[in-house]
Ligand binder design. Structure first.
Ligand code: GTP
Ligand code: MG
Length: 409
């Protein structure tokens, strides 16, 4: 009897993973995640349920006009064997379409308008030199790591990548021990954290730190065991070491997804992307491109010629050239915007990292960004923030003085 993974079955049957989990819940079948395997008997049950639902679904649109009177329905023959149930033929649909121009369209279910999906923001974290940037390079098919000073990542880079599974926004973080706060910020903006662990080095101090950041930010984690191309690679040791942190890989009966990869040969990278899209699907990430804008500063720097360049991750709403942005006590009007490939753009929706030109001072990374209707509104908002801060400072000073007086000379 062969077993099948839940997500493979979902894909083969053309339903989404959440739907599949719903059915399993209904059947009382336990599972750890979508990559858990299920028994063949269960697969048969699921197929039956889906067939029944499909049959009920096609019978439903009662209000629609006379249905295909043409096709002479073959007598409903009882299938003699339990063999593969034939899929419903859908040929008639195209034939009828050419007569009636539009009119009775699909029977739209009157459900509340749902927000559109957005791309997942995936932060790559791990110990220094374990291959985070190289892995992203492989995904982007570029060569960023080779160009970095000393081969060490010193900032957070955000890239938009088109993978075979759709758009994914990746955030690279440094592994060097000095950059704890940058890693923490990276974890905070993430929907998914990829913990990169070199197969020849296993768990190291910044690996543990990265795991702690992801856990603190309550972000789902996927472990990528990198450098499996090396002769001294020992992925099993990495898995055992993870177990000691109470992170139990799926093969060991836990629910941690662990994917062996090589940023050098590309082995396993497709699997990793697949797990990212599966995890994203389960997270059901949505945002309103028409809503009020909000975002977060990923990084900022001062370019001698261009001025302040800030990388903003759009989280809600849409950012447009000409908008006024407020960050902390600082504001700016967007003069120009570029996407992560350096192309000029006029607007950017949710889950898009953009570089913005227009701040007069470099905003601190990790700060929330809001928009203001116009310059006046931006100034007012900042004036309010300044006064709030002064009040808080004054209160603190007062408390300290009182305390000092109480303590005496
Ligand atoms: P920091 O940003 O400084 O934390 O490092 P990093 O994790 O981004 O590592 P980086 O991608 O810069 O790679 C470090 C070294 O490991 C480089 O020399 C890479 O060529 C090498 N490397 C990365 N991935 C692989 C791999 O899959 N196999 C092998 N053999 N070498 C790799
Ligand atoms: Mg790096």
């Amino acid at each position: 009897m062969s077993k099948v993974r839940i997500y493979t079955l979902a894909r083969d049957l053309g339903v989404d993973n959440n739907k599949m989990l719903e059915i399993l819940d209904g059947l009382g079948v336990s599972y750890k995640s979508v990559s858990s395997t299920i028994e063949e008997d269960t697969v048969e049950l699921i197929k039956q349920i889906l067939e029944e639902e499909a049959a009920a679904g096609t019978a439903a649109p009662a209000d629609s006009a006379p249905v295909q009177a043409s096709a002479p329905q073959a007598a409903p023959t009882q299938p003699e064997t339990q063999a593969a149930s034939a899929p419903q033929p859908q040929a008639a649909a195209t034939a009828t379409a050419e007569r009636e121009p539009v009119a009775a369209s699909a029977p739209a279910a009157p459900s509340a308008p749902e927000l559109p999906h957005r791309a997942p923001v995936v932060t790559i974290m791990g110990h220094v030199d374990h291959g985070k940037t190289s892995l992203l390079d492989y995904i982007r098919k570029t060569k960023v790591a080779a160009k970095e000073a000393g081969g060490i990542t010193q900032h957070v880079g955000a890239f938009e990548a088109r993978t075979s599974k759709g758009k994914v926004v990746f955030i690279d973080t440094p592994g060097h021990e000095a950059f704890t706060t940058i890693r923490a910020r990276g974890a905070n903006v993430a929907d998914i954290a990829i913990i990169v662990i070199a197969a020849d080095d296993s768990l190291m101090p910044q690996t543990r730190e990265a795991i702690a950041h992801a856990q603190a930010a309550k972000v789902p984690m996927i472990v990528a065991i990198n450098k499996i191309d090396l002769p001294q690679a020992d992925p099993e040791r990495v898995k055992t070491d993870l177990t000691q942190l109470n992170l139990v890989p799926e093969e060991y009966g836990g629910d941690l997804i662990v994917v062996p990869v090589s940023a050098r040969t590309g082995e396993g990278v497709e699997d990793l992307l697949e797990y990212i899209s599966l995890t994203a699907e389960l997270e059901d990430l949505r945002a309103d491109p028409k809503g009020e804008f909000s975002g977060v500063i990923i990084e900022s720097r001062v370019d001698r010629q261009a001025g302040v360049l800030a990388t903003v991750m759009v989280q809600e709403g849409t950012l447009r050239v000409g908008d006024f942005l407020v960050v902390g006590e600082n504001y700016g009007k967007i003069k120009a915007m570029t996407d992560s490939n350096g192309g000029r753009i006029k607007e950017a929706g949710p889950s898009t990292p953009v570089q913005v030109l227009g701040f007069s001072e470099a905003p601190a990374s990790g700060e929330k960004v809001f928009s203001a209707k116009n310059e006046h509104a931006a100034r007012e908002l900042i004036a309010q923030r300044v006064s709030d801060r002064r009040d808080a400072e004054a209160a603190r000073t007062q408390r300290r003085r009182t305390l000092e007086e109480m303590m005496g000379p």
